[in-house]
Design a protein around this ligand. Structure first.
Ligand code: SF4
Length: 230
């Protein structure tokens, strides 16, 4: 695994758990609002945290932490992600996985083998808005479709989430997302924030009122919709 970051304690990343967060390097998308561009574009080839170091940390924290969140970048581009998760679970830790939904086959394997306890998947925009939101011309959303359908089978606890930015998203996109994931449980709208390490430029956050309006739209399609970051 190419691990470039370790947050030793988080109460936010894994719902209901005291966890740590592992940050993997690299991603197959180029979302303009990505706040981790240095982790995504030309990530260092060597892991800053060798697996041994992570596992020795996890052994020391047994009984203190009760979960491991794995995020990126896109964790599923790591060739040895499954082996890594198996070892984390052997130490007794439930695993939360963040994914952009572009590897439905890998995700299915992890779910089939009961290797993940919670999955947070990005739904970046409506189908039509995807190319602009992932920074790839003519992006084909069939893999996103497959991952949405897979999670909506309900075999693992999950959430969908969308980071919204003025300049990228419109009310129609929010409605399109709602139609796409209609019947899902939890959806989170995340406010865009300029981290200073973005891929794109010229983006702005929506106002509180606009975000509330988006939430009202989403509540027409999903059971729960909350706003993060306001
Ligand atoms: S925001 Fe987009 S580019 Fe950044 S890590 Fe997530 S999927 Fe990759």
């Amino acid at each position: 695994m190419n691990i470039q970051g370790l947050q030793k304690l988080t109460l936010l990343d894994f719902p209901g758990r005291i966890a740590c967060t592992v940050f993997t390097a690299g991603c197959n998308l180029r979302c303009p609002f990505c706040h981790n561009s240095s982790l995504v574009i030309n990530p260092p080839k060597d892991s800053e945290f060798p697996d041994d170091e992570i596992f020795s940390f996890l052994k020391k924290r047994q009984g203190v932490l009760d979960g491991v969140a794995i995020t990126g970048g896109e964790p599923l581009i790591q060739p040895d992600i499954e082996e890594f998760i198996i070892k984390v679970r052997e130490l007794g830790y439930p695993v939360k996985l963040d994914t952009n939904g572009t590897f439905p086959d890998k995700l299915k394997r992890l779910i089939d083998n009961k290797l993940v306890d919670y999955v947070a998947m990005d739904v970046k925009s409506s189908r039509g808005g995807y190319p602009q939101c992932v920074g790839i011309k003519d992006y084909d959303t069939s893999k996103i479709d497959a991952s949405i359908r897979l999670l909506m089978e309900g075999r693992v606890d999950y959430e969908f989430r969308t980071t919204v930015a003025k300049g990228l998203h419109t009310e129609d996109d929010i409605r399109g997302i709602g139609e796409w994931i209609k019947g899902a449980g939890k959806h989170y709208l995340q406010e865009f924030k300029d981290s200073g390490d973005l891929i794109g430029f010229g983006l702005e956050p929506f106002s509180k009122q606009e975000m509330n309006g988006f939430r009202d739209i989403m509540l027409g399609f999903v059971s729960e919709c909350e706003i993060r970051g306001l």
